[in-house]
Structure formats: structure tokens, C-alpha cells
Design a protein around this ligand. Sequence first.
Ligand code: BGC
Length: 935
Amino acid sequence: MNYSATTVSLPGFSSRLSSRPSAHSNLSLRQNGSKAPGFFSKALRSVAISTISAVITLILFLTTPLLAQPAPQPTPVKGALPPYDLRVEYLANPLGVDTAKPRFFWKNRHSERGQSQTAFELIVSSSPSADTGDLWESGKTNGDSSIQIVYGGKPLASNRTYYWKVRIYDSEDKASPWSEVARFDTGLLVPSDWKGEWIGSDGLLRREFTLPEEPRRARAYIAGLGYYELHLNGRKVGNHVLDPGWTNYKKRVLYATYDVTRLLRKGKNAIGVMLGQGWYKSRALMFELYVEDVSGNVTEIHSDTSWQTAHGPILEDSIYHGETYDARLEQPGWDRPDFAASAGWHQASGVEAPGGVLSSQMMPAIQVIDTILPLTMTNPAPGVYVFDLGQNISGWAQLRVSGPAGTDIRLRFSELLYDNGLINQENLRSARAEDHYILRGDGTTEVWEPRFTYHGFRYIEVTGFPGTPRLDSVRGRVVHTAVSPAGNFSASTQILNDIQHLILWGQKTNLHSIPTDCCQRDERMGWMGDAQVTAEEAMMNFDMAAFYTNFLRTIRDEQAADGSITDTVPHVWGQRPADPAWGTAYPLIAWYMYQNYGDRRLIEDYYDSLKKYVEFLRSKAENGLLKYSYYGDWVAIDKCPGSLVSTFYYYYDTKILTDMARLINRAADAQAYDKLAGDIKTAFNREFFDPKTRSYGPTQAANALPLFIGLATDKERGPSWSELFNDLVYEHNSHLTTGIIGTKYILDVLTSTGNSDLAYDILTRTDFPSYGYMIKNGATTLWEIWQKREGPSMNSHNHPMLGSIGAWFYRALAGINIAPDSVAYKKLVIKPQMVRDLNHASGSLSTINGKVGCAWSKGNRQVKLEAVIPVGGEALIYIPVFKLRNIQLTEDGTLVFADNELKTSLPGIKSIEAKGGNLIVRVGSGRYAFKLTGE
Ligand code: BGC
């Protein structure tokens, strides 16, 4: 994938914990080693590692620029470089694009600062080598946008490959070289492209066919429910696992598209499909194969009752309970031609269609992302071996074993251990989390991993192993949706890096085609509250554009005629209508898509449905108040009234709808919803602000929510802030008592009121309740609740929802903010909060418009700040002056500001102004290294 991996943070800054996920390669086998907690004994570990980390930090700090330099260009090009990171519908060279007018994206680079794109030229062609576009030539089109460019050419046909390239014109109207040629494939655009029928399966399905000539272009389209694994001529096709993504199958079934040209050959070929039950709880296949050969003949194969089916080696598969695989029942050659089918094979029969429309899976698939060798193996009871991965993950274990045929090896998974070293599965509730592998026993080393289940675990218990296992007899396979990492954050205070580690692991291991609440117990649902609070953090740490595009459609699929939506999506658990704090995921994530990725088309497409949702809320409101609430500020220590939380979101959703209406020119709606928001605000203050106590209530969330969203007017703002401040500082000694809702907003409130120091105090606490408390107690992912619990009660140890604060790391500590009048990181406000004893922080984001970064350090009467602004971008950079006098500012060694005036004009620097305790530097694109000194 052409995804720039340049990092702008200090390399190795967080040496203890790999706060950045490794490259998405399922080939990498890494010894988890010193990167993972658990390597040293707990106490020793934190002392030793923070010392090492501090030393490394110091060395790096003295020797490296704050922002690592970009990778050297092979030929130093002057002017605009070729556009890079070309995408279609957010994806690089996607297959199966099923949008009539797909959108194009690219990123720009320029050798000079202060540069922007003023026009672009894009061609789409049916040939990779063409210099003209037989489908579309945009011509030189004025515009500074390199994102969301809508295709404007001839209608696209189903199942074709198209090629495209782009060049841009810079501020001087000079053209860049053309980009490399990118491509996209269309999916099956009309229902009649699907010629096959839904067929059932006993587990295995197969079909042979003959090709008259060598294939030139072949595509397989597969929707295999609940889960499938596709094989061609003895090989697994692609790297998807636990595919397709989970939807409401009655409304929509996702299909995957594979380029299988190289797997086919002239003469006999065979297709094999294994099906598991997944969330569908049954097995059904829809399949199409289109092969064009070198002579232009087209062969089409589709699923029908001519396919053969038989039981395979998988005896049982269940997402929660695990998989049982009897290797003695394997049928070697079943997925190759000339297989001598035994008596167990019979013709497949047609089954009832799931009911949903077939849509292309236009998001990264779930994949095996990494492989972790255990850190330790213990033997707490005879025949019982317990492996510790040192990291709580989602996925499964890969087993290596040789032994007698029929030996049944049991693998059980847990997040926790009892004091006696045995695994503690109590918090999994009814999920058995137990795999069985029954040996083939042919004398070889048998390597096995399950296909149709996954677990959330750190520990693996092995029983029934023939002999004594070795440390590498099992390996952890990290499995989740393969979203690309997009953010990088580190800081000089180690606990912040440790929290970032929990957030990253909690977040990614809960992306399983939908955002899940947890990955271990009998749940793993798309709980919408969890999804909405984490969405901004997720969009900073990962490239979530395609993932949430899919999720929003899945939400819309659950919307009822009355506009209501559900607590979980797809809807299995929870209620309809959703708790308003859960349902808000729909408008909020849609709006975040606009803010982060500039996705205006999504707002246009979803506006009517979102309006219906807000109208549903209105129909339930009484005098401007939305009172129903099931969870409110969920898992809070100090409960805030549910009606306050619900009305807060009623107001928030209405305000967002107002902004959406404005954006897409629905003036009358904008006015009407603005008025509605005003009415809700009046009702909110009347109902919840208590003139006697002069606050919204005795909890942190009760005051933080209205302060965050501006529900508090001049009258309520001061007193409710005092109440919040007193509660945080005096009553709780800088600890949060909020649940997932209050926690999401409270740090932003502190920063916007000039109290980032207090936010920092809160985040660096290590006693209960705090993130540090989780870390001190061995957490490697975020807990569900603040309390340390390990029994059968609700206490998942991998719940991403309290990780919403991850967005604050980037916005406040690294200072990276989208300017209020901008979206998609085009205009920026870089305003790092250089709090207390934090000496350094750095953050970078691979935004849709290119890399944005800020790294700063302070101390010794100086502040250093390095920033990276993408081409076409503009930023206001705030450099705090602290109490320094006679300040001077240099940029890369050149004095640019002293005696309160500009000294030298440098490219890209537009103005510098001393104001409100800051030097405010306005810059265009490029890389800047400022140093402020004073007395
Ligand atoms: C889930 C939560 C979810 C909640 C609803 C729990 O069981 O794990 O994360 O949001 O139910 O209150």
C-alpha cells in the first residue's frame, strides 16, 4: 500500500511500549520482547523501563531534530512533486468499487514552502499506459482541493479495471509531473450481474471447471455467510479472515472482490469454499467468477446446485465458544482439480437468500495483523500449560505440534490469571473461548489456527498437549480490521505514552468490521455509545474513513420508518429506540466524517435519514427535554441524571443537523433546527440548572456536558465551572468520576477554560480511579470500568470506550487542531498545551490532506517547536512565551522576530504577532523549526 510511513515524532520515544502498531504485515513474526509489559516483573519492569526510556529520550533529544526529516527524495525535484497516495473512495487501488461516481483523492508535495495546488488535471482510462482518458479527462480544473473529487466521465461498467493519474498546478501555475498510474476495479453494479443462487453447505463446497486458454483477467466475487475461506487450485485466495464484514444480513450482505488471474490456468481448475457460521449462524454462499482469457473468451462460473458439498474437518465453530477442528477429517486435494470425491460428497442445495442487497465491501478487511511469541510459559498444574503474550489482543492462537493421531489439544483463552497461575475466564460470562485441535498424527509438525472464531485474550491455556510444549508451540495471532495507522503521539511523561498504548491496542483490537465494545466475552456488539465516544480518537490514530463509511450505512440499514435507530448496530443486543447517548453515533460519526475527511457527499446522502432521526427524538421530547435514558453516563462512579445526558445529545444532534443543513444549503431547515436548538437550550437550563446550588448537579459530567457544548449561557457558565473545578480539584484530588460520556468531553472543557494543567494532573494520576491505576494493575488495554474487578461481574479488560481522551493528546498536547472555519486539516491551529513538567510532546497525523505534525520542547529559557503543514495548508502556530522577556524567534537558525517586529521574511511565513502570551505565527505549507528564546 502506498501509505507514507514517514514519522515525525522522535523515533523510539516510547521505548517500553510499542505505541504505534507495527506495519500491517501478517508475515512479520516478532518476538514481543522488551516492547511488551510483562517482560520484567511488574515493579522492576516499570522502574527499569522508564529509566531506560528516559535515557534514550534524553540521548535522542540532544541529537535529533524534533521532527524526523522526510525520507530523502531520489532526485531533488524543484517545484511540485508528483501527487502521491492516490485513492478512490478512500482506498488505494480498490477492487469492487460499486459507486456510480467514485471520488478521487491524492496528496501533494512541493519543494518549496507556502505552496498550494491551484488546479488539477485528472485522466481515467481503460488502459494503464494511456496519456489520454477515454473515460474521463477533467481538463485543467481550477481548485485547491485534492480530496473528494467526484468522477465526471462516461458511465462506468461493471467488472472493469480503470486506470487513472493526476497532476497538479502550483501557486505559480507550474505543472507537477504526472502521478504514478493508479487503478480501480468496478464491482457488480447491477443485481442482474449476479447470475448465481444462494447455496447451502455442510462446511466444504467445491466446483471444477475448465478454461480453454490462459486467463488474462479474472475476478472472483464472493459473499459467503457467516464466514468464508475461498480457495482456488489448492491455495487460499487473499488475506481476508472472518470475512465478510458484519451487517444486518436481511438488509445487506457484503461481498469481497479478488483478482484471481494468477491463480487460474488453462485447462482444469477447482474452486473450494469453506463456510463457517459467524454472526449469520448458518452457512450460505453466493459466488461469481468472471474469467477473460488471452483470446478474449469469457468464462463465468457461479454458485448453483451443481456444486458439491461435504463435511470438512471443522466440527464446531462459534464466535464466542471457539472452533473444534479434527485434522483426521481433512480431505487433501478437495480444493484442487481431479479430486476423487468420496461418498460424503453430494450436491449442494439452494437455500433461502439472506434477503439483503449485495454491496461491495469497500473497507479494509479483517486480517491477521501480527504474530506475537509468548513471553512466558508456566505449568501451574499437571498437564496444564499457560502462555502469556504480555499483551491483551483480539485474535487466536496458532498451534505447532506433532503427536499421535486423534490427540485432542484444548486451547482456552483468558484476559486474567488466578493467583495460582491458572487462567481466569470468569469475566467472559457465557463465552467458552475454547478451541480444540485433534491431530492428524502423520509424524509432521502440524500447524493449525482456527478460521471462524476469535477471542480476546492475553493468556492461552493448553491442555492435552503430547509431551511438553515449547515456548513457541503457540503464538498469538493479532486479528482485526486492517485499518492503516494514521497517528503518532509521544510525550516526555512516560505514563502518557503508556496510556496511548492502551488506547491504540484497545481501539484496534475492537475493530472487527464494526466498532465493537469488547472482543472477549459473550458480547462483541456494535454498541453505538462506545462507537461514538471513541470515533474522534480512532480517526486520529487510524485511517477510519472507509470503515465508518461502511458503519454509517449499516446504521442506516437499522433505521425504522419512524426514524428510530438501535443501541447496537447490527441490532442484536440493547433496545430500539437507542439510548440517545448511543443513537447519537449516527449524526456524530457522520459529522466527524465531514470534519476529518471533508466528506460532504456523505452529508448530502444521509441528510434526510439523519433528519428523520432528529425528528424521532423530537417526537419523544417533552417540552424540549428528552427524558428517556437507559445507560446515561455509563460506568460513571458519580452518576449524572440520564435525562440530562439525553437532553444534551438531543441538543447536540439538533445543532449538528443545523450545521449540516447549512452546509448543503437547506436554508429553511437550518433556520428551523437552529430555533429548535435554542428551545432545547432554554428548557435544559430551566430543568437542570439549580439556582440554589448554582450548578447542574453534584457530578462532574453534569457540569462538563453543558460547558462543552455551550448549553450553559453567561448566567450558568461561571457557577457551573466553579462546581466542576471544585469537584475535580478539592473533592476528588484531580480524579475523574465520570463514565464514558463525561470522560469524552471533560478534558476539552478544561483546555478551553485554560486549565490544561489540571487535565494533565488527572491523566498522570496512578491511584483509583485513573488510567494510571489500570496500568499499575497490569492493564495492556483499557478496562471497561475504573474499578479493578476480575470476577463474573461486568469487567471486560479490553473496552475501548474510555480511550476517547486519545483525541485530547493530539489536540491539546501536540496542539494539532482543525481551524474552526475549516475541515479535513486544511486550515490548522497549532496550539500545544505546554503543561506543568511536560518537557516535550510530539504528534503527527496522516490526514486526508497529507501529513500534519507538531513537536515541541521547552526548558532553559527556550521553546522549540517544529511543525509540518501539508501543501495547500495554512496554520496559525501558537508559541507560548511563558514569562520570558526580550524574546527572539528563529526559524531554522534565521532570526525572524525580535523587538516585537518581523526581522526577516522567510518563505512560507506570512506574519508573526505577539499576542496574549504567545507568538502567533501564520504559515503556509512546509516544514518549520522555530526556536523562541528570551530572558
Ligand atoms: C457493553 C457496553 C455498552 C453497554 C450499554 C455493555 O454490556 O459492553 O460497552 O455500551 O452494555 O450500556
